[in-house]
Write a protein that binds this ligand. Structure first.
Ligand SMILES: Cc1cc2nc3c(=O)[nH]c(=O)nc-3n(C[C@H](O)[C@H](O)[C@H](O)COP(=O)(O)OP(=O)(O)OC[C@H]3O[C@@H](n4cnc5c(N)ncnc54)[C@H](O)[C@@H]3O)c2cc1C
Ligand code: FES
Ligand code: FES
Length: 1310
């Protein structure tokens, strides 16, 4: 029996008996085929990087059905007779890119590119789904696909560009048409019908009718319930340990990951059984087969228009996971997960309210119909029990009015996030009286969804009044109680009354429900996304300044761009996985495996003992000292690398690492230091080198004495943030001749990786070679933390004398890599009654973790950003705490983002204590040039360079700030359940230039090859470098140089070819690399000029180069750019206005609008800079609003997956996102007058947090009025991140109860 399928039109046939049935499609694609566009990022269905198009052919109807699936969860055996199309199957560099790839490139929608193939396939599938693809659909096309770089706006615009109803003028900045030009649809690259992708090849159609008999194999696909039963009976009869698993979509393994490591004897595919695929409508309702996918259930329910409730069910189901999960995950699979494993299901809750029942087939009892409620309450389904169908009854035929509504509160409004609580209510009402009702709640930390029968009974027969509702809510409180240990317990409980109130409130407000019988207070859909970009184009240094598309963007979209893990495995390649410490401080006694047997495929466990003689056990080396690679006798923190287990496959290595047991001993050891306070108490501190300690400003005692008011010893705490680059840490080490080694490393610091590998192996540096082509997102996480990954592979490769690679899985990456520095800040601030601040004193305890890493840079970064206001005088005391916690890394805007937040928190506190607007306090304390020079010394630059105060006013006008402040006020006065806030925030961000090398070589055909020290991380470095080379060689002014950019190729970084590469970080590497290649070009120009002059007349570039070759002119030049001595630092400025709306029932914050004004100097490439601005802002938004980084008391990261760590998605970015780039003119000392854009705009996201605080303030005012409390309630702090539970808690977990109580008091007084 064979498994036959097609990938990108190519036929594959595998002998079923040779296939491990637990192999995923992704594993097959990436390890067994050349199709590498499918990326692995999470491996759990939560990111979309692995999305492929799956096509099935129906030989009866002769139709092809195409839909997306996540290949990391789809089992290879499930795709028998299916066809798979990956992004390179849509189009590629050889046969021509697909229009989607071109548009992703032209809309500047790909940065690191790791998400782009998945995005492309998702969009392609969405285009196939709709005969008329609309803007609405375009916005949803990639919902569920994560991107950490772009901020989504350009991706959405690329999608919208295909919509039939799009107004082309509304599309964001792109390469196809310039704003203001008469831009026609036809200027966009169109789908060429000849290049239409054939998703299902003819040859496969012929194979479909061949019989399928798989009974003899571990994977089997019975064709009927009887056949299945026979199979199950046989299995049960022979069940001497025989384990069996029914498989529908297999998406449950995204959540229950240990399932993947279980080795079942039989995998029974139930998706071919006709009885389980039905969708049957009869007079009582609809019966749906258990293997019907959620997408098909949605489509079917939408079709049955007569039952309006079904539309609501479908709408709710559209928020389950992402489309690529719903397309393969079944309704039955979901309910079984809920029943058997207490999965926090939406399906169970909404179907419970809808009165669904379930038909179950068991070997002993045959077919049985039970209500969903009985099903959920029953004992866990046995392995041999089968859910055959689900029945949902019609309700519309009943005489009374019917109300039905579903609710869910989740971090992402459009799905791809489990709910904190979900609910669905059905009520039959007559003249505002509830005849009867069904109230279902789930996912709040309960075993399964429940019906609140006591409340149902209480409400039945009652006319809804405030008092009745109030009593019902009190009663409800006794039942919707999460189990102990559930996160955000009080918050989840508080949602239930809110939803019940929302549902029944209309019965109090309206005499009658609306004519269609449905609730008036519909959940508000998110406003559509829109945006504007104002980009100055500066042609003074053409082609520098042009918004050219990112170099290689189409290649990234097609998935052909090669990342480290895409490099084909060398012969004999082995794979590594880390064993990390789970104890903060303990003696390591030994490592063994569960059940004391060596797991499959394991060849070695590499530890510090394997560091070769003459080498050192170091895994990281930077200016501030080395760090160990492997723990030796003692672990220093949870997540510390203890060993690398090496096996024949990555899966075996990962499984073995999970099975490893480290034996620890903690007896007689001092307790670990697990907080900054403990570190201070124990004097466990790292020294901060004096030259890195920031300078105090003025005399704070004097400033304090001049103040009219003082706030003393106020405290702020800030947590961490994880990088969440889409490509996790990875390296491939290949031993080479003469005891040398080549390491392919996904890192931002090849030069340092080089040195660490050489030191660790004890070999001279000329025997090490580090190659880095591109990195799938770094954000600082691949500066320091990539070093141990590369070094561990090198040690293993050296020991085993075989290539060793590792692709760290997401969970291990999250546990071992760390993130931003958490800190505790205590401040005292003095200020005048006008709001003018006179002095600020800070004490800041920074958790550096167990080793110092780059933490010494944090204090000056904090202060650099905090000094954006004129504090009068500023003093501080930093303590860099050495704890037994994970060493922190430098994440994009390290310290700077905390500094800016601290400044804003202080401003808000001052404003609250004076009862003034925070905007007033900000304005009054903005720097003049004189105060700027006092705070930043020479970094302040020339007076004309200080653009911030004029930008503050300019954005005030362009964003209509004052007008909107009044509108927000009006909105808040007239809305009870939603409050808005608006805030304008300035930023100052100092950056420094570093030495950077470059080499430019001209080849005999006139093409140019460029090497630079900087690494392409998605930030557009290569693109800017190409433009600079084009500009600098263009100085020759010979024929053809204006098109030279097309002839330039920037190649990978190779540490033996380009030495002194330094590191990529600090926002200025693109500038530095541009400066370096400019120097090289100047040399080349000097060498070529005499030839030109000799030629006597116009000469073309190619001719010139031919002559140069003939005359042996050296056409390769290298140079090292070193920044001029003073100043190496300059300041970046930006202002943002954000407006948000919070929902008082759920605590959900919607960013309604953000306007950004950012000074890019004379931008080297405004399209690239725009991408950096938007992307950094959205990453900041994640830090301030969404990304909860939670650890246990010993420091083990608990939010270690896409299920628990929520980076922004397309539905959480500002609904209206406007960016203006300011060209602040010429500055001789900067690179062609440009400024940095990589990190500073991240700080602007503080504006969202500040606006949220404004909105919360309004909610608190209202709550206090209801409660009759006299204090203003305005002296509060909004923690970071301001997640839904945080916002709700500050607005009042009991808002609804308080409102009803207040209202009944008002009514009784009337
Ligand atoms: C990233 C992600 C996000 C998600 N978010 C949500 C969400 O927000 N809300 C929500 O409700 N759900 C969510 N889900 C769950 C999703 O709906 C389920 O994974 C899916 O419906 C399971 O269907 P499946 O066909 O893949 O089941 P499978 O994985 O094939 O099976 C699940 C389990 O049920 C058993 N089984 C399957 N079918 C039957 C049957 N007919 N009879 C008996 N046993 C059976 C299997 O043996 C297995 O144990 C999410 C899933 C993922 C991966
Ligand atoms: S890798 Fe498959 S969804 Fe993330
Ligand atoms: S471009 Fe999307 S993750 Fe980098």
């Amino acid at each position: 029996m064979s498994l036959v399928f097609a990938i990108n039109g190519q036929r594959f046939e595998l002998d079923l008996s040779s296939v491990d049935p637990s192999t995923t499609l992704l594993e097959f694609l990436r390890y067994e085929t050349p199709f590498k566009s499918v990326k692995l990022s999470c491996g759990e269905g939560g990111c979309g990087a692995c999305v492929v198009l799956l096509s099935k052919y129906d030989p009866v109807l002769q139709t092809v059905e195409d839909f997306t699936v996540s290949s990391c969860l789809t089992l290879l055996c499930s795709i028998n007779h299916c066809s798979i199309t990956t992004s390179e199957g849509l189009g590629n560099s050889r046969d021509g890119f697909h229009t989607i790839h071109d548009r992703f490139s032209g809309f500047h929608a790909s940065q690191c590119g790791f998400c782009t193939p998945g995005m492309s396939v998702s969009l392609y599938s969405a285009l196939l789904d709709f005969s008329e693809f609309t803007v609405l659909e375009a916005e949803k096309a990639v919902s569920g696909n994560l991107c950490r770089c772009t901020g989504y706006r350009p991706i959405v615009d690329a999608c919208k560009s295909f919509a039939a109803d799009v107004d082309i003028e509304d599309l964001g900045f792109n390469s196809f048409c310039k704003k203001g030009d008469s831009c026609k649809n036809n200027s966009l690259p169109r789908c060429d019908s000849e290049k239409r992708v054939c998703s299902f090849p003819e040859f496969l159609k012929d194979e479909i009718n061949k019989s399928v008999d798989s009974g003899m194999h571990r994977w089997c696909s019975p064709g009927s319930v009887e056949e299945l039963q026979r199979l199950l009976r046989t299995c049960k009869a022979n069940s001497d340990g025989l384990s069996i698993k029914l498989i529908a979509g297999n998406t449950s393994t995204g959540y229950y990951k240990d399932e993947r490591e279980r080795n079942y004897n039989k995998y029974v595919d139930i998706t071919r059984i006709p009885e389980m695929k039905v969708i049957r409508e009869n007079e009582n309702g609809v019966e749906i087969g258990a293997v019907v996918t959620i997408s098909k259930v949605i489509a079917a329910l939408k079709e049955i228009r007569v039952e309006k409730m079904f539309g609501k069910l479908a709408a709710h189901m559209e928020k389950i996971a992402a489309r690529f999960i719903r397309n393969f995950g079944s309704i039955g699979g979901n309910l079984v997960m809920a029943q058997r494993k207490q999965f926090p299901s939406d399906m169970a809750t909404i179907l419970l309210a809808a009165g669904a029942s379930v038909n179950i087939m068991s070997l002993s009892r045959g077919l049985e119909k039970v209500t969903l409620e009985q099903f959920l309450q029953g004992p866990p389904l046995e392995a041999y029990d089968l859910v055959v169908t689900i029945e949902i009854p019609f309700w519309h035929r009943q005489s009374s009015e019917l109300l039905f509504e579903t609710y869910r509160a989740a971090p992402r409004p459009n799905g791809s996030a489990l709910a904190y609580l979900n609910a669905a209510f059905l009520a039959r009402v007559k003249d505002r009286m509830v005849v009867n009702c069904r109230l279902a709640f789930g996912a709040y930390g309960t075993k399964h969804a429940i019906r609140c029968k006591e409340v149902e009974e209480f409400l039945s027969g009652k006319v809804i009044t405030d008092n009745v509702l109030s009593e019902a809510i009190t009663l409800l409180g006794k039942f919707v109680v999460p189990e102990e240990g559930t996160s955000n317990l009080a918050y989840r409980s508080s949602l239930a009354p809110g939803f019940l109130f929302k549902f029944f409130h209309s019965l109090i407000l309206a005499e009658k429900p609306s004519s269609n019988g449905f609730h008036l207070d519909q959940p508000k859909p998110l406003p559509m996304l829109s945006s504007s970009q104002h980009i100055p184009i500066n042609d003074e240094f053409f082609p520098v300044g042009e918004p050219v598309a990112k170099s290689g963007a189409s290649l990234q979209a097609s998935g052909e761009a090669v990342y480290v893990d895409d490099i084909p495995a060398p012969t004999n390649c082995l794979y590594g996985a880390f064993i990390y410490s789970t104890k903060p401080y303990a003696k390591v006694k030994g490592i063994c495996f569960k059940e004391n047997s060596v797991p499959d495929g394991v060849l070695a466990v590499i530890s510090y003992k394997d560091v070769p003689k003459g080498g050192q056990n170091i895994g990281m080396k930077f200016s501030f000292g080395p760090e160990p690679l492997f723990a030796e006798d003692f672990t220093l923190h949870v997540g510390q690398c203890i060993a690398l287990v090496v096996a024949d496959t990555q899966r075996h290595a990962d499984t073995a690492a999970n099975l490893a047991i480290v034996e620890y001993e903690t007896e007689d050891l001092e307790p670990p230091i697990l907080s900054v306070e403990d570190a201070v108490k124990n004097s466990s501190l790292f020294e901060i080198y004096p030259f890195l300690y920031p300078q105090q400003v003025g005399d704070t005692s004097k400033g304090m004495s001049e103040a009219d008011h003082r706030i003393l010893s106020s405290e702020i705490r800030l947590g961490s943030q994880y990088f969440f680059y889409m490509e996790t840490q990875t390296a491939l080490a290949v031993p080479d001749e003469d005891n040398s080694i080549v390491v392919y490393s996904s890192c931002q610091t090849p030069q340092y990786v080089h040195s660490v590998v050489a030191t660790c192996l004890g070999i001279p540096e000329n025997k090490v070679r580090i190659i880095t082509r591109r990195v799938g997102g770094g954000f600082g996480g691949k500066a320091v933390k990539a070093m141990p990954v590369a070094t561990a592979c090198a040690v293993a490769a050296n020991k085993l004398q075989r290539p060793v690679r590792t692709y760290v899985n997401r969970k291990t990456d999250m546990i071992m890599t760390g993130g931003r520095h958490p800190m505790k800040i205590t401040y005292s601030v003095g200020f005048k009654s006008t709001g003018k601040i006179t002095a600020l004193e800070l004490e800041i305890l920074i958790d550096a973790g167990a080793t110092v890493g780059l933490s010494m840079l944090i204090p000056s970064n904090i202060i650099g950003a905090l000094k954006k206001y004129n504090w009068g005088a500023l003093s501080f005391d930093f303590k860099l705490c050495k704890t037994n916690l994970l060493s922190k890394a430098i994440m994009r805007a390290p310290g700077d983002v905390q500094g800016t937040y601290i400044a804003e928190a202080i401003i808000e506190n001052v404003a609250s204590s004076l009862s003034l607007e925070a905007d007033t306090i900000r304005k009054i304390n903005l720097h003049t040039y004189e105060s700027l020079a006092l705070f930043y010394n020479r970094g302040a630059g020339e007076p004309h360079e200080y653009t911030l105060s004029s930008m503050w006013d300019k954005l005030g006008v362009s964003s209509k700030f004052e007008e909107r402040v009044s509108l927000v006020r009006e909105f808040n006065e007239s809305n009870i359940w939603r409050k808005r806030g608006i805030s304008r925030v300035p930023i100052i961000y100092p950056v420094s230039m570093f030495a950077t090398p470059g080499r430019v070589s001209v080849l005999s055909d006139g093409t140019v090859v460029v090497e630079v020290g900087g690494i392409e991380l998605g930030q557009g470095l290569w693109t800017k470098v190409k433009q600079m080379v084009g500009y600098a060689l263009g100085m020759l002014q010979c024929g053809g140089t204006e098109k030279l950019v097309d002839k330039i190729r920037v190649v990978q970084s190779d540490t033996l070819s380009m030495v002194q590469g330094n590191f990529t970080g600090g926002s200025t590497t693109s500038e530095g690399s541009c400066a370096a290649v400019r120097l090289c070009c100047e040399t080349l120009v000097k060498r070529l000029k005499p030839l030109m002059e000799k030629s006597g007349g116009p000469i073309s570039w190619n001719n010139l180069i031919s002559q140069a070759y003939a005359q042996s002119v050296n056409l390769s030049a290298s140079d090292l750019y070193t920044p001029e001595e003073t100043p190496t630092q300059y300041l970046n400025y930006g202002v943002a206005v954000s407006e948000v709306e919070i929902d008082l029932v759920t605590g959900q914050t919607t960013v309604l609008q953000t306007d950004i004004l950012y000074d890019s100097g004379k931008s080297l490439n405004p399209a690239v800079d725009l991408g950096q601005i938007e992307g950094a802002f959205v990453q900041g938004l994640g830090f301030f609003m969404l990304e909860e980084y939670i650890t246990d008391s010993e420091g083990l990261v608990l939010t270690d997956s896409t299920w628990t760590y929520k980076i922004p998605t397309v539905d959480t970015i500002p609904r209206q996102f406007n960016v203006e780039i300011l060209n602040s003119g010429r500055h001789e000392k900067r690179i062609l007058s440009s400024k940095a854009s990589g990190e500073p705009p991240l700080l602007l996201a503080a504006s969202v947090h500040c606006a949220t605080r404004e909105a919360v303030k309004e909610a608190r005012k209202q709550l206090r009025m209801w409660k009759g409390v006299n204090d203003s309630g305005l002296m509060f702090q909004l923690p970071v991140p301001a997640t839904m539970p945080v916002v709700k808690e500050l607005c009042g977990l009991d808002t609804v109860e308080s409102y009803l109580e207040w209202k009944s008091g008002v009514n009784s007084r009337l």
